[in-house]
Write a protein that binds this ligand. Structure first.
Ligand SMILES: [Zn+2]
Length: 368
């Protein structure tokens, strides 16, 4: 992964330098060659974007990291005409980083991570947030902030769908962080945060059944409006859910095996060794993994889940389905198992689309 990332950086050099002749020749007839080089550079025709008659690139890994055409600063000038287009912002950040302007590249990236509305991001593709976080991690690592880089990389890895981005994320930032230690099945990068991180209370009593074989997944929402986007706020919310389940409902532990927060962090709930308490009754909970999205996504709730939260859900479900050989028709929402609104129409249609894509793409459920 590192090698391919390295060669990509080499090809990103301006054309006139990659076409430069050997140094010995250069020394002998420097004047003539300099003239030739000038002609070579100015002969590169302006790109459609530079001419002003093209749209900015789509926010995909390949388009964002394509070699600079012509001079980077001309393309950067052209991209400024699209101040809130995710593709233009991501491409600008990439070009700035390729020319050593790592601190300046943070501005367009922060705009995406904190500024753009979720609807805007969803309309532009699923990888906008993960691409922004990956590029931010790159800049932060180069600027000497390995902790911030690691946090962004972890979030990007949980949500990325674009195969090019997944490969780049597996290689890390190339500076401060280590590559992924355990690439899971088919490289779907999901790394749930352990229970200890949210200071889970221990399970109580002996009221838990062993899970046995995993055959099914059921998706829920927490049913409580939750938009806060900090790690600490998510920890508080998950601890409150566990308190409710243990103290009020007298269950042995938090009902769900995984919880996904609005930033796409995947948290470990009940240990997968134990049957959950989320689907309605012991029969429906048997061999059934419970996943809960933090938030209230029924029609009168908080609206659509953030794109990055849905992307993390897809990553987690695909990873679990592949690892445990779960059939697409056994990936269910709560309301498909009992009479309830949970988890609401947005997640319902997301899961229906995911089932269709898994059923039509057998390579997602097996090794490449
Ligand atoms: Zn539910």
């Amino acid at each position: 992964m590192r090698d391919s990332a390295g060669s990509r950086r080499v090809t990103a050099a301006p054309r006139c330098f990659s076409a430069a002749p050997a140094p010995a020749v250069l020394r002998r007839c420097a004047g003539a060659l300099a003239a030739l080089l000038v002609v070579g550079c100015s002969a590169v025709p302006p790109t459609p974007l530079e001419r002003g008659d093209a749209l900015p690139p789509p926010p995909t890994y390949a388009a964002v990291t394509a070699p600079a055409r012509g001079e980077s600063h001309r393309e950067l000038d052209a991209l400024r005409r699209f101040p809130d287009h995710p593709g233009a912002l991501l491409r600008s950040a990439w070009l700035l980083q390729e020319t050593g302007q790592n601190a300046a590249s943070l501005r367009p990236l922060n705009l995406i991570v904190h500024g753009l509305a979720d609807e805007q991001l969803a309309a532009r593709g699923r990888d906008v947030q993960p691409l922004a976080r990956w590029l931010r991690a790159r800049a932060q690592a180069r600027l000497g902030h390995p902790d911030q880089a690691a946090d962004d990389l972890a979030l990007a890895r949980q949500a990325a769908v674009d195969p090019g981005l997944i490969a780049a994320l597996a290689a890390g930032t190339g500076t401060a962080d280590a590559p992924l230690a355990e690439a899971d099945w088919r490289g779907v990068p999901v790394r749930p945060i352990p229970r200890e991180a949210w200071r889970a209370a221990p399970a109580r009593g002996s009221g838990m059944e062993p899970m046995g074989a995993i055959e099914r997944i059921t998706i829920h929402h927490s049913g409580t409006v939750f938009r806060a986007g900090s790690r600490a706020a998510s920890i508080a919310a998950i601890r409150a859910i566990q308190r409710d389940h243990q103290d009020e409902r007298h269950w042995a532990d938090i009902a769900y095996h995984y919880l996904i927060d609005p930033d796409g962090r995947v948290w470990t709930g009940r240990d997968l060794r134990w049957q959950g308490a989320h689907a309605g009754d012991p029969e429906r909970n048997r061999h059934n993994v419970g996943i809960c999205l933090l938030g209230n996504f029924v029609p009168n709730g908080q609206g659509r889940p953030p794109a990055v939260q849905l992307a993390a859900l897809r990553g987690l479900v695909v990873s679990l389905a592949a690892r445990h050989d779960i059939a697409p028709d056994q990936i269910l929402t709560h309301r498909e198992l009992k009479t309830t609104e949970c988890p609401g129409p947005f997640i319902q249609s997301e899961i229906a689309a995911l089932r269709r894509s898994l059923a039509g793409a057998p390579q997602l459920a097996g090794p490449p």
